[in-house]
Design a protein around this ligand. Structure first.
Ligand code: GDP
Ligand code: MG
Length: 162
C-alpha cells in the first residue's frame, strides 16, 4: 500500500496548485475563483523512488461563508483516508477563523499533521510564518506552490516520517 497524503485547507489557499506539483499533473482544477474543484481528487506522485498518493479534498467547501458547515466533512475525509495530513494556509491572507477551525479539528486527529504556509515567494519566511505558530503544529514549512519553493523539503520530510 502506498502512503496517502491528504491536502486540507480553506478555499483558495493553493491546495490544487500544490496537488499538481506533488503529482506533476495538471489534473486538479486550479481556480481563480475559490472552490472550483468540485470533487476530491486522487493523484499519484513520486519522490526519490518513493511513490505516494495525494488527495485534494478541496471540493467540499465552496466559499469561506459555508466552510463552517463543511469543515467537519472535509477534515474527516482527510483523516479517515490518509496516513498524513498536509494543512495549507495562505501567507498573503494571514491567519483566519476558518484556519483555526480546521486546526482545532486536526489536533484531535490521530494522524501526523504538516503545516504548509503557502504563497511565501517574495516574503520573509520568518515574518510570514510567525502568526501561524499559534496553531500549535510542530512541523511548519514555508512554501510557494507556484514557484516550487520548499516543496521538495516538505515532501521529503513527510515521506521520511511515514
Ligand atoms: P484551492 O482552492 O485551495 O485549491 O486553491 P488553488 O490551487 O485553486 O489556488 C488559488 C489561487 O491561488 C490561484 O490563483 C493560484 O494560482 C494561487 N496560488 C496557489 N499557490 C500560490 C503561490 O504559491 N503563490 C501565489 N502568489 N499564488 C498561489
Ligand atoms: Mg482547489
Amino acid at each position: 500500500m502506498l502512503p496517502v497524503i491528504a491536502l486540507v485547507g480553506r478555499p483558495n489557499v493553493g491546495k490544487s496548485t500544490l496537488f499538481n506539483v506533488l503529482t506533476r499533473s495538471r489534473d486538479a482544477l486550479v481556480a481563480d475563483q475559490p472552490g472550483l474543484t468540485r470533487d476530491r481528487k486522487f493523484g499519484r506522485g513520486r519522490f526519490d523512488e518513493q511513490s505516494y498518493f495525494v488527495i485534494d479534498t478541496g471540493g467540499l467547501a465552496e466559499t469561506e461563508e459555508v466552510i463552517v458547515t463543511h469543515i467537519s466533512q472535509q477534515v474527516d475525509v482527510a483523516i479517515s483516508e490518509s496516513d498524513a495530513i498536509l494543512f495549507i494556509v495562505d501567507a498573503r491572507q494571514g491567519l483566519t477563523a476558518a484556519d483555526e477551525l480546521i486546526a482545532q479539528r486536526l489536533r484531535s486527529a490521530n494522524k501526523p499533521v504538516y503545516l504548509a504556509i503557502n504563497k511565501t515567494e517574495y516574503l520573509n519566511n520568518a515574518t510570514a510564518s510567525a502568526e501561524f505558530y499559534e496553531l500549535g503544529f510542530a512541523s511548519v514549512f514555508a512554501i510557494s506552490a507556484t514557484h516550487r519553493h520548499g516543496v521538495q523539503d516538505l515532501i521529503e520530510t513527510i515521506l521520511k516520517d511515514l
